[in-house]
Ligand binder design. Structure first.
Ligand SMILES: Nc1nc2c(ncn2[C@@H]2O[C@H](COP(=O)(O)OP(=O)(O)OP(=O)(O)O)[C@@H](O)[C@H]2O)c(=O)[nH]1
Ligand SMILES: [Mg+2]
Length: 239
């Protein structure tokens, strides 16, 4: 779970995750100015078997935070790896059923754009339309993706899927990281299942999403296509 200024969300989220059996939490914090890292350390000493923390020196971006977190989880022997936001947009309640479905798939995606999936009820129609256009039309058409929620950040991976993708192949660092991972998974022939989720806006904390960030992601989609467009299932990494 990558965190940047999530001190107000972390204790409650950790408690909700601890309520799920057999799950351990790895927080990847980028020296958040609001003290999220110290709060995570306190949780780690209180619940050493359930939570650990990877501290990075500064805001290094979501993509590299995930790459470092995934690598650590793989090293630790995890067979199933959940990625999620730390602001309650991704409800822990979905995790057990996502893990169940992984029996028949290589990655399970919590999706806002399949039947039954929903965006926050408070969104205005203009914002909703833009998000739907970016995810379900623009990115999907450009990359010829089957996945409808190409920027989804709530996913459950098999260890083998991440190893076969080869994390060294991933270059994106910002929000486009999610798109690159979705594209790599499909290009390499992995079975992707989208299950509907209700995506609630962050409960607490400042939104970091801005128009320039969205525009950059839209342009970088072309880079992702150029980089991986020729991959086939034969290019899976051996491990
Ligand atoms: N470690 C780390 N975590 C990050 C970074 N940027 C974002 N995050 C975390 O990644 C998750 C997703 O980021 P959000 O800021 O919630 O992204 P969003 O949902 O698109 O935007 P808002 O919720 O509206 O701010 C959250 O848990 C963030 O705290 C970063 O540079 N480093
Ligand atoms: Mg968020």
């Amino acid at each position: 779970m990558p965190t940047y200024n999530e001190a107000d969300n972390l204790p409650a989220l950790a408690a909700a995750l601890f309520a799920l059996p057999g799950l351990t939490v790895l927080v990847v914090d980028d020296n958040s100015p609001d003290g999220t890292g110290q709060m995570a350390d306190a949780l780690a000493s209180q619940y050493p078997a359930r939570l650990s923390v990877l501290h990075r020196t500064g805001k290094g971006g979501l993509g590299t935070a995930y790459i470092e977190g995934f690598s650590r989880a793989i090293q630790a022997g995890a067979n199933t790896i959940v990625q999620m936001d730390a602001d309650f947009s991704h409800s822990p309640d979905y995790i057990p059923s996502m893990i169940d479905r992984l029996a028949d798939y290589d990655v399970v995606v919590g999706s806002r754009y399949v039947a039954g999936g929903k965006l926050d009820e408070h969104w205005e129609w203009g914002r909703y339309l833009l998000s739907w256009f970016a995810n379900s039309l623009y990115t999907r058409a450009l990359l010829n993706l089957r996945t409808r929620d190409s920027t989804a950040g709530f996913k459950v991976w098999r260890r083998e899927t991440l190893l076969g993708i080869g994390l060294d192949r991933v270059r994106s660092n910002g929000y486009i990281f999610q798109v690159e991972m979705a594209y790599l998974a499909e290009k390499l022939g992995y079975r992707v299942l989208e299950i509907p989720i209700y995506f609630e806006d962050r409960r607490i904390g400042q939104s970091k999403m801005t128009v320039p960030i969205k525009l950059e992601a839209a342009l970088r989609t072309w880079q992702v296509r150029a980089r991986h467009g020729r991959l086939t299932p034969k290019d899976r990494r051996a491990f």
